[in-house]
Ligand binder design. Structure first.
Ligand SMILES: [Zn+2]
Length: 239
């Protein structure tokens, strides 16, 4: 197992790589997603391995049916329903939140003062829809978080050089005021995310963009652009 952590997050969390699981190619080997065509039994084993390694209750894990939106769901009671959304927020203890990705950015947030966490899926749609800003606002309104107390870590995702987009998508970015993130025919999602977090009042020194590209480092991470049929990396956070 090859796991990554951020010094910025002062609660239990981790970012997975594709190493250390039991799934067979093209899902080799640490695929955490049930919906990508992998054998369900293998995915269950991978989840149990991860829970044991991270030290959380496998049965309490909450993950999402991610829909490339900016929809935020607050988890305020134990639930066995899989919400359709792209961000989870909770203040519940021992309730691990998971986001899965293969090129999209996995964003974990923690406010140690109010005791609130979030797991966020930031694809292009999420970035364009300011899902990060919506999550910060939810943490403020629902739990009284001060953005200057919120720490953020962003795991392996596709880098700007690997992320070629169409003219239509570049025009959309421009129209939304994200022209600063357009680099010829590539898009810099990190720049958009950083801008949105700063605009909410988060501090740059509390942010940690882990230096890994899922596509450049395809041997270590699942990459949809590199492989199409592939597994999903995961990021988990728990209070
Ligand atoms: Zn890259």
């Amino acid at each position: 197992m090859q796991l990554y952590r951020s010094k910025r997050l002062k609660t239990k969390h981790l970012f997975t790589s594709r190493k250390g699981g039991v799934s067979k190619p093209p899902y080799d080997s640490f695929n955490l997603a049930y919906h990508v065509g992998d054998r369900r039994g293998d995915v269950v084993i991978n989840h149990k391995l991860l829970a044991a390694e991270a030290g959380y209750d496998f049965k309490k894990l909450i993950f999402m049916n991610q829909i490339h939106s900016n929809k935020v769901v607050v988890i305020d009671e134990e639930s066995f329903v899989i919400p359709s959304c792209d961000a989870l927020v909770t203040n519940l203890i021992d309730t691990p939140l998971m986001v899965m990705s293969a090129d999209c950015a996995p964003l974990l947030l923690h406010d140690a003062v109010c005791g609130v966490i979030a797991a966020v899926h930031v694809g292009r749609a999420g970035a364009f829809g300011n899902i990060a800003g919506r999550v910060i606002r939810t943490m403020q309104e629902r739990y009284g978080s001060d953005p200057t107390d919120i720490h953020a870590a962003i795991g392996a995702r596709i880098c700007t050089q690997c992320y070629e987009v169409s003219d239509k998508e570049l025009a959309e970015a421009e129209a939304l005021g994200y022209g600063f993130a357009c680099r010829e025919n590539h898009l810099d999602i990190d720049a958009i995310l950083m801008y949105q977090l700063l605009a909410c009042g988060c501090k740059e020194e509390n942010m940690d963009f882990l230096p890994h590209c899922s596509r450049c480092e395809n041997k270590s991470f699942f990459s949809y652009r590199a492989e199409k049929v592939t597994g999903r990396n995961a990021a988990v956070i728990v209070l």
